[in-house]
Design a protein around this ligand. Structure first.
Ligand code: NDP
Length: 320
Protein backbone atom coordinates (compact mmCIF):
# COMPACT_ATOMS: atom_id res chain seq x y z
CA UNK A 1 0.00 0.00 0.00
CA UNK A 2 1.47 3.39 -1.05
CA UNK A 3 2.02 5.65 1.95
CA UNK A 4 1.95 8.83 -0.10
CA UNK A 5 -0.70 11.51 0.49
CA UNK A 6 -0.81 14.13 -2.27
CA UNK A 7 -2.07 17.63 -1.48
CA UNK A 8 -3.24 19.54 -4.56
CA UNK A 9 -2.06 23.11 -5.06
CA UNK A 10 -5.13 25.31 -4.74
CA UNK A 11 -5.59 27.33 -1.51
CA UNK A 12 -9.07 27.78 -0.13
CA UNK A 13 -10.67 30.59 1.86
CA UNK A 14 -7.55 32.72 1.36
CA UNK A 15 -5.40 30.45 3.56
CA UNK A 16 -2.14 29.01 2.17
CA UNK A 17 -2.50 25.32 1.36
CA UNK A 18 1.02 24.85 2.80
CA UNK A 19 -0.64 25.15 6.24
CA UNK A 20 -2.78 22.11 5.38
CA UNK A 21 0.33 20.21 4.28
CA UNK A 22 1.91 21.08 7.63
CA UNK A 23 -1.19 20.01 9.58
CA UNK A 24 -1.21 16.66 7.74
CA UNK A 25 2.51 16.06 8.31
CA UNK A 26 2.02 16.57 12.05
CA UNK A 27 -0.82 14.05 12.12
CA UNK A 28 0.61 11.48 9.69
CA UNK A 29 4.26 10.98 10.70
CA UNK A 30 4.33 7.55 9.04
CA UNK A 31 3.15 8.76 5.66
CA UNK A 32 4.82 10.84 3.02
CA UNK A 33 2.72 14.00 2.67
CA UNK A 34 3.66 15.74 -0.58
CA UNK A 35 2.62 19.19 -1.73
CA UNK A 36 1.98 19.40 -5.49
CA UNK A 37 2.73 23.04 -6.32
CA UNK A 38 2.11 23.12 -10.08
CA UNK A 39 -0.20 21.34 -12.54
CA UNK A 40 2.75 19.24 -13.74
CA UNK A 41 3.67 18.26 -10.17
CA UNK A 42 0.07 17.35 -9.50
CA UNK A 43 -0.04 14.98 -12.49
CA UNK A 44 3.33 13.49 -11.62
CA UNK A 45 2.66 13.01 -7.90
CA UNK A 46 -0.87 11.60 -8.11
CA UNK A 47 0.41 8.77 -10.31
CA UNK A 48 0.87 5.86 -7.93
CA UNK A 49 -0.78 7.64 -4.96
CA UNK A 50 -3.72 6.01 -3.18
CA UNK A 51 -4.70 9.15 -1.26
CA UNK A 52 -5.20 12.61 -2.74
CA UNK A 53 -6.72 15.66 -1.06
CA UNK A 54 -7.73 19.06 -2.36
CA UNK A 55 -10.64 21.18 -3.51
CA UNK A 56 -11.48 19.28 -6.72
CA UNK A 57 -10.32 16.55 -9.06
CA UNK A 58 -10.50 17.33 -12.78
CA UNK A 59 -10.49 14.77 -15.61
CA UNK A 60 -6.72 15.04 -16.33
CA UNK A 61 -5.81 14.39 -12.72
CA UNK A 62 -8.31 11.60 -12.35
CA UNK A 63 -6.81 9.89 -15.37
CA UNK A 64 -3.28 10.32 -14.03
CA UNK A 65 -4.27 8.95 -10.60
CA UNK A 66 -4.48 5.32 -11.66
CA UNK A 67 -4.08 3.90 -8.12
CA UNK A 68 -6.38 6.38 -6.38
CA UNK A 69 -8.43 4.84 -3.53
CA UNK A 70 -9.45 7.88 -1.46
CA UNK A 71 -10.12 11.52 -2.28
CA UNK A 72 -10.49 13.80 0.74
CA UNK A 73 -12.32 16.87 -0.47
CA UNK A 74 -11.59 20.20 1.20
CA UNK A 75 -15.22 21.29 0.88
CA UNK A 76 -18.26 20.13 2.82
CA UNK A 77 -20.20 19.86 -0.45
CA UNK A 78 -18.96 17.37 -3.06
CA UNK A 79 -21.42 17.95 -5.90
CA UNK A 80 -18.64 19.60 -7.99
CA UNK A 81 -16.70 16.30 -8.14
CA UNK A 82 -17.02 13.71 -10.95
CA UNK A 83 -18.89 11.41 -8.56
CA UNK A 84 -20.10 8.90 -11.18
CA UNK A 85 -16.59 8.31 -12.45
CA UNK A 86 -15.20 8.08 -8.93
CA UNK A 87 -17.90 5.52 -8.11
CA UNK A 88 -17.10 3.51 -11.23
CA UNK A 89 -13.46 3.41 -10.25
CA UNK A 90 -14.37 2.47 -6.68
CA UNK A 91 -12.65 5.54 -5.22
CA UNK A 92 -13.86 6.50 -1.74
CA UNK A 93 -14.74 10.19 -1.35
CA UNK A 94 -14.83 11.94 2.01
CA UNK A 95 -16.00 15.49 2.64
CA UNK A 96 -15.08 18.28 5.05
CA UNK A 97 -18.56 18.22 6.55
CA UNK A 98 -18.52 19.31 10.17
CA UNK A 99 -15.63 21.77 10.03
CA UNK A 100 -18.05 24.71 9.84
CA UNK A 101 -20.09 23.86 12.94
CA UNK A 102 -18.16 25.93 15.50
CA UNK A 103 -17.63 29.12 13.43
CA UNK A 104 -21.15 29.22 12.00
CA UNK A 105 -22.69 28.54 15.40
CA UNK A 106 -20.64 31.34 16.95
CA UNK A 107 -21.84 33.68 14.21
CA UNK A 108 -25.45 32.71 14.96
CA UNK A 109 -25.09 33.21 18.72
CA UNK A 110 -23.39 36.56 18.06
CA UNK A 111 -26.30 37.69 15.90
CA UNK A 112 -28.92 36.51 18.41
CA UNK A 113 -27.18 38.49 21.16
CA UNK A 114 -26.74 41.47 18.87
CA UNK A 115 -30.45 41.58 18.07
CA UNK A 116 -31.60 40.83 21.62
CA UNK A 117 -29.31 43.42 23.20
CA UNK A 118 -29.38 45.82 20.21
CA UNK A 119 -25.60 45.84 20.03
CA UNK A 120 -25.67 47.20 16.50
CA UNK A 121 -27.65 50.20 17.73
CA UNK A 122 -24.91 50.75 20.31
CA UNK A 123 -22.24 50.53 17.57
CA UNK A 124 -24.16 52.97 15.40
CA UNK A 125 -24.38 55.50 18.22
CA UNK A 126 -20.70 55.00 19.10
CA UNK A 127 -19.74 55.60 15.45
CA UNK A 128 -21.48 58.98 15.80
CA UNK A 129 -19.84 59.53 19.26
CA UNK A 130 -23.35 59.79 20.60
CA UNK A 131 -23.69 59.00 24.31
CA UNK A 132 -27.44 58.44 24.36
CA UNK A 133 -29.25 55.64 26.16
CA UNK A 134 -31.40 53.05 24.41
CA UNK A 135 -33.37 50.04 25.57
CA UNK A 136 -32.92 46.39 24.70
CA UNK A 137 -34.56 43.03 25.30
CA UNK A 138 -33.11 39.81 26.67
CA UNK A 139 -32.25 36.62 24.85
CA UNK A 140 -33.16 34.70 28.01
CA UNK A 141 -36.72 33.45 27.92
CA UNK A 142 -37.00 33.46 24.14
CA UNK A 143 -37.69 30.55 21.81
CA UNK A 144 -35.10 29.73 19.17
CA UNK A 145 -36.21 27.45 16.34
CA UNK A 146 -33.40 25.80 14.41
CA UNK A 147 -34.26 24.31 11.02
CA UNK A 148 -31.78 21.52 10.31
CA UNK A 149 -30.15 19.60 13.14
CA UNK A 150 -26.98 18.55 11.34
CA UNK A 151 -23.45 19.61 12.22
CA UNK A 152 -24.38 23.29 12.20
CA UNK A 153 -27.84 23.12 13.76
CA UNK A 154 -26.60 20.90 16.59
CA UNK A 155 -23.61 23.19 17.22
CA UNK A 156 -26.03 26.15 17.48
CA UNK A 157 -28.28 24.34 19.95
CA UNK A 158 -25.32 23.20 22.08
CA UNK A 159 -23.97 26.72 22.28
CA UNK A 160 -27.35 28.06 23.36
CA UNK A 161 -27.33 25.85 26.46
CA UNK A 162 -26.78 28.24 29.33
CA UNK A 163 -28.58 31.15 27.66
CA UNK A 164 -31.86 30.15 29.25
CA UNK A 165 -33.75 29.82 25.96
CA UNK A 166 -36.22 27.23 24.69
CA UNK A 167 -34.98 25.47 21.58
CA UNK A 168 -37.09 23.77 18.91
CA UNK A 169 -35.31 21.70 16.28
CA UNK A 170 -36.97 21.12 12.89
CA UNK A 171 -35.71 18.21 10.81
CA UNK A 172 -36.94 15.85 8.11
CA UNK A 173 -36.71 12.84 10.38
CA UNK A 174 -37.73 14.06 13.86
CA UNK A 175 -37.58 10.49 15.22
CA UNK A 176 -33.78 10.80 15.01
CA UNK A 177 -34.03 13.41 17.78
CA UNK A 178 -31.37 15.95 18.61
CA UNK A 179 -30.14 18.19 21.38
CA UNK A 180 -33.05 20.70 21.17
CA UNK A 181 -35.68 20.89 23.93
CA UNK A 182 -38.19 19.74 21.35
CA UNK A 183 -37.69 18.21 17.90
CA UNK A 184 -40.45 18.44 15.29
CA UNK A 185 -40.87 17.37 11.67
CA UNK A 186 -40.53 19.57 8.60
CA UNK A 187 -44.12 19.01 7.43
CA UNK A 188 -46.18 22.17 7.02
CA UNK A 189 -48.31 21.62 10.11
CA UNK A 190 -45.40 21.06 12.52
CA UNK A 191 -43.29 23.79 10.91
CA UNK A 192 -45.98 26.46 11.19
CA UNK A 193 -46.87 25.39 14.74
CA UNK A 194 -43.20 25.97 15.64
CA UNK A 195 -43.02 29.28 13.75
CA UNK A 196 -46.02 30.66 15.62
CA UNK A 197 -44.07 30.56 18.89
CA UNK A 198 -40.63 31.47 17.53
CA UNK A 199 -38.61 34.53 18.52
CA UNK A 200 -35.51 33.60 16.46
CA UNK A 201 -35.73 31.39 13.38
CA UNK A 202 -32.31 29.96 12.54
CA UNK A 203 -31.99 28.31 9.13
CA UNK A 204 -29.27 25.65 9.02
CA UNK A 205 -30.61 23.15 6.48
CA UNK A 206 -29.26 22.26 3.02
CA UNK A 207 -30.78 23.86 -0.06
CA UNK A 208 -32.94 21.16 -1.64
CA UNK A 209 -36.13 21.05 -3.68
CA UNK A 210 -37.97 20.83 -0.33
CA UNK A 211 -36.20 23.73 1.37
CA UNK A 212 -36.09 26.19 -1.57
CA UNK A 213 -38.51 28.95 -0.56
CA UNK A 214 -39.25 27.21 2.76
CA UNK A 215 -39.46 30.61 4.44
CA UNK A 216 -42.05 32.10 2.12
CA UNK A 217 -44.75 34.72 2.60
CA UNK A 218 -46.94 32.23 4.50
CA UNK A 219 -44.13 31.24 6.89
CA UNK A 220 -43.25 34.89 7.51
CA UNK A 221 -46.90 35.64 8.22
CA UNK A 222 -47.01 32.90 10.84
CA UNK A 223 -43.93 34.28 12.63
CA UNK A 224 -44.74 36.85 15.36
CA UNK A 225 -43.88 40.48 14.47
CA UNK A 226 -41.09 40.40 17.08
CA UNK A 227 -39.31 37.49 15.34
CA UNK A 228 -35.87 37.65 13.72
CA UNK A 229 -34.89 35.42 10.77
CA UNK A 230 -31.29 34.18 10.84
CA UNK A 231 -30.05 32.52 7.65
CA UNK A 232 -26.76 30.61 7.52
CA UNK A 233 -28.08 27.93 5.14
CA UNK A 234 -28.41 29.16 1.56
CA UNK A 235 -30.06 32.34 0.26
CA UNK A 236 -32.90 30.65 -1.69
CA UNK A 237 -34.20 28.92 1.47
CA UNK A 238 -35.83 32.32 2.07
CA UNK A 239 -38.09 34.07 -0.45
CA UNK A 240 -36.23 37.39 -0.66
CA UNK A 241 -39.19 39.44 -1.97
CA UNK A 242 -41.46 38.15 0.79
CA UNK A 243 -38.74 38.83 3.38
CA UNK A 244 -38.33 42.40 2.16
CA UNK A 245 -42.07 42.98 2.32
CA UNK A 246 -42.30 41.69 5.90
CA UNK A 247 -39.23 43.61 7.04
CA UNK A 248 -40.62 46.81 5.56
CA UNK A 249 -44.12 46.30 6.92
CA UNK A 250 -43.02 45.28 10.45
CA UNK A 251 -44.30 41.76 9.84
CA UNK A 252 -41.06 40.60 11.46
CA UNK A 253 -38.50 42.49 13.54
CA UNK A 254 -35.32 41.83 11.61
CA UNK A 255 -33.02 39.49 9.73
CA UNK A 256 -29.41 38.37 10.04
CA UNK A 257 -28.19 37.04 6.71
CA UNK A 258 -24.86 35.39 5.99
CA UNK A 259 -26.30 34.07 2.74
CA UNK A 260 -28.57 35.87 0.33
CA UNK A 261 -30.41 35.34 -2.92
CA UNK A 262 -28.82 36.52 -5.16
CA UNK A 263 -25.22 36.19 -4.05
CA UNK A 264 -23.20 38.39 -4.08
CA UNK A 265 -25.94 40.78 -3.10
CA UNK A 266 -25.81 43.66 -5.64
CA UNK A 267 -24.77 47.02 -4.24
CA UNK A 268 -28.14 48.58 -5.08
CA UNK A 269 -30.22 45.78 -3.50
CA UNK A 270 -32.89 47.13 -1.10
CA UNK A 271 -31.86 44.67 1.63
CA UNK A 272 -28.77 46.82 2.20
CA UNK A 273 -30.90 49.83 3.03
CA UNK A 274 -32.89 48.42 5.96
CA UNK A 275 -31.50 49.10 9.40
CA UNK A 276 -33.16 45.99 10.85
CA UNK A 277 -31.08 43.74 8.57
CA UNK A 278 -27.51 42.59 9.26
CA UNK A 279 -25.67 41.13 6.28
CA UNK A 280 -22.27 39.42 6.07
CA UNK A 281 -20.84 38.16 2.76
CA UNK A 282 -21.12 34.37 3.30
CA UNK A 283 -18.24 34.32 5.78
CA UNK A 284 -19.77 32.66 8.84
CA UNK A 285 -18.04 29.37 8.02
CA UNK A 286 -14.56 30.89 7.92
CA UNK A 287 -12.20 29.71 10.61
CA UNK A 288 -8.42 29.73 10.97
CA UNK A 289 -8.77 26.10 12.11
CA UNK A 290 -10.27 24.91 8.83
CA UNK A 291 -7.25 22.94 7.61
CA UNK A 292 -6.58 21.47 11.07
CA UNK A 293 -10.12 20.11 11.19
CA UNK A 294 -9.97 18.57 7.70
CA UNK A 295 -6.55 17.12 8.55
CA UNK A 296 -8.10 15.54 11.67
CA UNK A 297 -10.80 13.89 9.52
CA UNK A 298 -8.25 12.53 7.05
CA UNK A 299 -5.92 11.33 9.83
CA UNK A 300 -8.76 9.49 11.60
CA UNK A 301 -9.81 7.92 8.30
CA UNK A 302 -6.30 6.77 7.41
CA UNK A 303 -5.93 5.23 10.88
CA UNK A 304 -9.14 3.32 10.13
CA UNK A 305 -7.82 2.25 6.72
CA UNK A 306 -4.59 1.01 8.35
CA UNK A 307 -6.67 -0.98 10.82
CA UNK A 308 -9.19 -2.51 8.43
CA UNK A 309 -7.20 -2.59 5.20
CA UNK A 310 -10.18 -1.19 3.29
CA UNK A 311 -11.46 2.23 2.26
CA UNK A 312 -14.96 1.55 3.58
CA UNK A 313 -17.11 2.95 6.42
CA UNK A 314 -15.05 6.11 6.69
CA UNK A 315 -16.00 9.29 8.52
CA UNK A 316 -17.84 11.69 6.16
CA UNK A 317 -17.76 9.14 3.36
CA UNK A 318 -19.99 10.29 0.53
CA UNK A 319 -22.46 7.66 -0.68
CA UNK A 320 -21.64 7.26 -4.37
P1 NDP B 1 -25.84 18.28 7.64
O1 NDP B 1 -25.92 17.48 6.42
O2 NDP B 1 -24.97 17.84 8.78
O3 NDP B 1 -27.35 18.42 8.25
C1 NDP B 1 -28.44 18.84 7.50
C2 NDP B 1 -29.68 18.90 8.39
O4 NDP B 1 -30.73 19.50 7.64
C3 NDP B 1 -30.17 17.56 8.88
O5 NDP B 1 -30.52 17.62 10.23
C4 NDP B 1 -31.44 17.33 8.04
O6 NDP B 1 -32.44 16.62 8.73
C5 NDP B 1 -31.92 18.76 7.86
N1 NDP B 1 -32.85 18.87 6.73
C6 NDP B 1 -32.73 18.38 5.48
N2 NDP B 1 -33.83 18.67 4.75
C7 NDP B 1 -34.65 19.35 5.59
C8 NDP B 1 -35.94 19.92 5.43
N3 NDP B 1 -36.61 19.82 4.29
N4 NDP B 1 -36.47 20.56 6.48
C9 NDP B 1 -35.81 20.63 7.67
N5 NDP B 1 -34.59 20.10 7.88
C10 NDP B 1 -34.03 19.47 6.84
O7 NDP B 1 -25.51 19.76 7.20
P2 NDP B 1 -24.65 20.89 7.95
O8 NDP B 1 -25.27 21.17 9.27
O9 NDP B 1 -23.20 20.59 7.85
O10 NDP B 1 -24.93 22.13 6.94
C11 NDP B 1 -26.24 22.57 6.64
C12 NDP B 1 -26.18 23.56 5.49
O11 NDP B 1 -25.55 24.76 5.92
C13 NDP B 1 -25.34 23.09 4.28
O12 NDP B 1 -26.08 22.26 3.43
C14 NDP B 1 -24.97 24.39 3.63
O13 NDP B 1 -25.94 24.76 2.68
C15 NDP B 1 -25.00 25.40 4.78
N6 NDP B 1 -23.64 25.85 5.12
C16 NDP B 1 -23.41 27.19 5.17
C17 NDP B 1 -22.16 27.69 5.48
C18 NDP B 1 -21.92 29.16 5.53
O14 NDP B 1 -20.77 29.58 5.42
N7 NDP B 1 -22.94 29.97 5.73
C19 NDP B 1 -21.02 26.80 5.76
C20 NDP B 1 -21.37 25.39 5.69
C21 NDP B 1 -22.63 24.97 5.38
P3 NDP B 1 -32.52 15.00 8.75
O15 NDP B 1 -31.17 14.54 9.27
O16 NDP B 1 -33.63 14.72 9.67
O17 NDP B 1 -32.73 14.59 7.32
Amino acid sequence: MSQRVVVLRRDIHGMPIADYVEALRERLPNREVVHARTPAEERELVAGAEVVTGHALGPALLEAAADLRLFQCLYAGTDHLPLDELAERDVAVTSASGVHGPPVAEWVVGMLLSFARRLHEGSRRADRREWRHYQAGELAGSTVTVVGLGHIGRAVVHRLEGFDVETIGVRRSPDRGGPADEVVGADEGSFHAALARTDYLVLACPLTAETAGLVDAAALETLPPTAVVVNVARGPVVDTEALLAELRGQGIAGAALDVTDPEPLPEDHPLWTLDNVRITPHVSGHTPRYYERVADILARNLARVDETGTYADLENQVRL
